[in-house]
Structure formats: C-alpha cells, structure tokens
Design a protein around this ligand. Structure first.
Ligand SMILES: *Cc1c(COP(=O)(O)O)cnc(C)c1O
Length: 443
C-alpha cells in the first residue's frame, strides 16, 4: 500500500496510526450485537456444533487406545480451569485498576496430545477426514466401535493418503501427531517462526517437516500448492476451514458443564468475559462461537493479538478482513508469540463473527514475557508467550467505562464478573526452552 492510500485509510480509521506505531491499544467493537441478530451471519449453527461433539465422542475409544494419556478422561480431549487470585492482585497493582470479580485461566496450554489449543481444531479435522475416507471405502460403519481404527488394516489404508498443512508451529504439531498416529503420510509446512523443538518432535514421529524462511501466509500457500495436484492429498486450510472452527467450538458447551460443576454462575447479573489469543482467527473464533451458543449474550469475547501481528483487529476494524495484511500498513509480523504470528486474518472468521465479538486489543512481546514470569512465579503455571496475551484483557475491560456503559455492564455486574483467560499453549515446551523464556522475563 503506498503512503497516500495508507493516509487515506487512516483518515477513515484513525486507530491505524496507533497500530502502525506498535502501541498497545484496545478497540471495543461498536457493531457488537446480540446472539439473535448476529448468529445468522455465521453460517453455522447449534446442529453443526452438536455434530462435531458427537463425532469426537465416536472417536473417544480410538483416542483412548492410541493415546493412553487420555484414559482418565475416557478419550475426551479437555482442559482444566484454575483460579489465579495472586495474578489478579498483581495485575490490579501493576496496571492501577480494580479488576472486580474473579480471574481464572482455561488451561488449553495443557491439553493432552499436543499441548495447545490446536489439540481441539487440528485433531478434529484430521479425525473427520479419516472417518470420511474409511466410511467411503467401506472399512468403517457409523455404528462400529471406532477403536477399530487402531488396527494394522486401517493404518495401511490411511498410509496411502496424505495430509498437508501450513503452520507457525502448534497447528503443525497437532496435525502431525494425530495424522502420523492414524497412519497418514503428513507434510507440515512451517513458517520461519516455528520453534526448532517442535520440528524435531515431528520429525521423530516420521512427519515430513518442510521449513520456510518466510511467514505463516507463505507456509500455508506452499502447503496448498503441494496438495493441489494430488487427489490423495488433503490440505487443511487454516485460513478458511469450517471444520477446524467447529472442532474448536465444542469448548463452549464443555465449559458450561465445567462451570456448573464448579458453581460458577453466568447470567444477566454475572457476566463472563473471555480473553482469546488470536492468530489467523480459527481457534479463538471457533471457541467464541461455541461460547456464544452456550452462554448467549452473557458472555463477552475479546481477542488479543501481538502489537506486531494485529491482523484480526485490522481486518474487522477496517471491514477489509483478509483483503488487508499488517505488512501492507508497514507492520513486520515479527513476534515472540509464534502462535500468533499471522499477518493476514482468516477469510471467513472475521466476517462470520464480527457482530459477536466485543473487542480486540494488542500487547507487546515485552508485556507477554513479563506476564509469563509473573504466572510462573505467582501461580506456578508455565505458558508460552502467546498464551499470556489474554492476561491483560481484564485490564482493558475494567478501564473502559464507555464500553461498560454501552453494554449496560453496571458496577455491580462488574463486581460479579468472571474473567476467563484462555491460556492457549505451553504444556509441551521443553525445560531449557522454558528456562530461556523465564530468563527473558527477568526471572
Ligand atoms: C494457534 C494459536 C493461537 C490462535 O489460534 P488461531 O487459529 O491461529 O487464531 C493462540 N495461541 C496459541 C499458543 C496458538 O498456537
């Protein structure tokens, strides 16, 4: 984009100047509306989420068999919730704001199998594809116990098929691990951001890791190209996939059950705020969709992005969605939050979800590192940098009185609020790597 065009765009959208200056900022969405009004624009509904949830239940016996770590949860991939009172107190002091209500984290960082939120969408889409192939080949019937898929015969069948994906690291991890386990040939196109240990782990499982020196968009494009002329190769399209989105969305109903068990109330007087780290948008978009279906207008979803990669904020704020990238306005898309290093947002998530998202904000790498150290020290939870981006959401919400009054979030409601930080990754980070993160945080 030339300077003239950028100046023109910035005169319509003044926050662009602050974005280009890499400032930490928040933007509460004036177009946020009710579930009733916003839902039809998503193009997916309750039935789709239920279908995904049932598919995961069908696969539970297989997953149990293939991944013994899932025995305790009977094959269901789910994460715990944890209160973080010391962090809440420390943040209130650090940011000079009263964070009312209660802060919790959702530990997708510690999801089994791949240690990040991608253990939801990524694994789901591979399972769905495997099911389709096996059903069509007459090797599986919907009434079968899916444990059957854990067999030499099915493994041999899947080995004639391949899967390709582009990733900054974690999506490649989840898709690589589950695909290799089922028997597929799998190629993961990694962007320059991807951590070395993730590539090594995948190679040790027989995954074909293709390294690219460019960013996520280029890695995805290469995956798409490689799959294009091979009818037996299935490309998992992180930029557009409805199936990934639906895999993430089952989190909504499950969270509701967890809250019921923990006696955490969400209703008109007890609002729930959820802070979701955002890369291309599929993960947070899918989770937010599931949350909206589960909690309706009482849940408020807010996306967090690095100051160097604010692609979703940029796309929704300007209405240009995937028609603009952060690079086009002079932002480099270089961040330590490798899970979020995406310069151009999903082609469908922003358009589908923009009426159901309350807000967006950006955070610097320095802030993420600082919070990473605080979390380890105060709550004994170790996370990767991306996962800390959701932590300051409660600060933005608590400070923005214009937003609160527009949404009729009165003081008494704010005092009853639940602030849920979606911690999205970190559970599998090797010790030496974690020590390096902690050292950068100053601990
Ligand atoms: C991928 C990822 C996200 C965001 O998911 P998107 O679908 O890319 O928006 C957040 N946190 C971590 C750790 C991730 O790996």
């Amino acid at each position: 984009m030339n300077n003239e065009r950028l100046a023109e765009l910035a005169s319509d959208f003044p926050l662009l100047n602050n974005l280009v200056n890499l400032e930490e900022l928040s933007w509460f969405n004036p177009n946020a509306t009710t579930l009733e009004v916003g839902l039809p624009y998503v193009g997916l509904g309750e039935k789709d989420v239920r279908d995904a949830s049932e598919r995961l239940k069908r696969f539970a016996p297989y997953l149990c068999k293939a991944f013994p770590e899932l025995e305790a949860s009977e094959g269901i991939i789910e994460s715990a919730i944890q209160a973080i009172p010391a962090m809440q107190e420390s943040m209130s002091k650090k940011y000079s704001v009263n964070i009312g209500g209660k802060m919790l984290i959702k530990k997708d960082s510690h999801l089994p199998i791949s240690g990040s939120i991608k253990a939801r969408g990524g694994i789901y889409e591979v399972l769905k594809h495997a099911e389709e192939l096996a059903l069509n080949a007459g090797l599986l019937s919907p009434k079968d116990n899916y444990e059957k898929l854990y067999s030499k015969e099915l493994k041999a069948f899947f080995s004639e098929h391949s899967i390709a994906v582009g990733s900054t690291g974690n999506l490649g991890m989840s898709i690589g691990i589950i695909s290799a386990k089922l028997g597929f040939q799998v190629s993961v196109h990694m962007s320059a951001d991807a951590r070395e240990w993730k590539k090594n782990k995948l190679r040790s499982l027989g995954v074909n890791v293709v390294e690219h020196t460019e960013d996520y968009g280029v890695a995805v494009e290469n995956g798409r190209e490689a799959a294009k002329d091979d009818p037996k190769c299935f490309f998992i399209d992180d930029e557009n996939s409805r199936n990934l989105f639906l895999g993430y969305s089952v989190a909504g109903d499950r969270l509701k059950k967890q809250f019921d068990e923990l006696n955490i109330k969400v209703d008109g007087d007890n609002p729930l705020f959820v802070y979701l780290p955002c890369g291309v948008g599929g993960g947070p978009g899918g989770v937010a969709f599931g949350l909206k279906l589960a909690f309706g207008d009482n849940v408020h979803c807010i996306f967090a992005e690095p100051t160097h990669s604010p692609c979703m904020l940029l796309g929704v704020y300007t209405g240009l969605h995937d028609g603009i990238s952060v690079q086009e306005i002079g932002i480099d898309n270089l961040t330590a939050a490798d899970g979020l290093a995406v310069g151009r947002a999903s082609g469908f998530v922003g358009r589908a979800m923009e009426r159901l998202l309350d807000g967006f904000y950006t955070i610097t790498d320095e802030s993420m590192y600082e919070l990473l150290g605080d979390m380890a020290e105060l709550e004994d939870v170790r996370l990767e940098p991306s996962a800390l981006s959701g932590m300051v959401g409660a600060v933005h919400v608590s400070k923005d009185h214009e937003y609160q009054s527009r949404m009729n979030l009165t003081l008494d409601k704010m005092q009853n609020a639940t602030h849920l930080v979606w911690a999205t990754g970190g559970g599998m980070v090797p010790e030496d790597e974690m020590a390096a993160y902690l050292a950068k945080s100053g601990r």
